[in-house]
Design a protein around this ligand. Sequence first.
Ligand code: PRT
Ligand code: ZN
Length: 226
Amino acid sequence: GSASRDRLRIAIQKSGRLAEPARSLLAACGLSWRESRDRLFCYGESLPVDLLLVRDDDIPGLIADGVCDLGIVGRNELDEQAAGRARIGLAPAYRELRGLGFGQCRLMLAVPEDWDWQGPRQLQGLRIATSYPAILAAWLERQGIQAQVVELSGSVEIAPRLGTADLICDLVSSGATLRANQLKPVETLLESEAVLAGPAQGFDDARAGLAQMLLRRMDGVLQLKD
Ligand code: PRT
Ligand code: ZN
């Protein structure tokens, strides 16, 4: 749980695909900040809403631990860590509040181009390289398939050529990376985009009103974008 606070703290990606669009969205909601020397913490000026600039992987945990109140993160990352928590018996600690309409991509299975894809049954006994082991394991379980999940933190797409896996499960947006590695997408496990995440339980202090106001403004901004 988190101690009572009268300022709202939002975690966003420091650098990377979601960093700029997340900041723009919050700025469009009327927030402005005074930047600190180390550029990790931005003090809210127009409203008592501060930013913490972090790696995207850290955002779900920061919300779970109550260090941050809200976060902007890919649904892929949020769901992976939620599935990971569930596997070790932890209660859900955060939830998705809004889809934000940027950072769209799909978590997909991709196989060597020359495979004749006939459906998930074909995966029985194979090795699948991924950075999303918990989502993949849960999907395989639902399909009733036993396959070996090979966890890799990066360069997943070269695993089939290296012989460390038979196929991969990775994020795809344009598909260019798959094509460059002679792979083709065959199955979608998750439709992802950037989301606003918050704690499973709401706030019981001044943060409740701040979060409500921010959500209302965000809904206005997102509607304008459609
Ligand atoms: O440093 P930090 O840990 O914060 O950043 P990161 O390197 O882990 O994340 P980053 O910035 O690469 O991605 C942040 C989020 O952007 C992801 O969690 C997704 O929610 C979202 N996103 C959207 C993507 C993509 N599109 C995407 N295409 N994340 C990764 N990719 C990869 C993809 O896996 C492929 O390898 O980009 C490559 C190019 O994709 P193609 O299909 O266009 O070739
Ligand atoms: Zn990351």
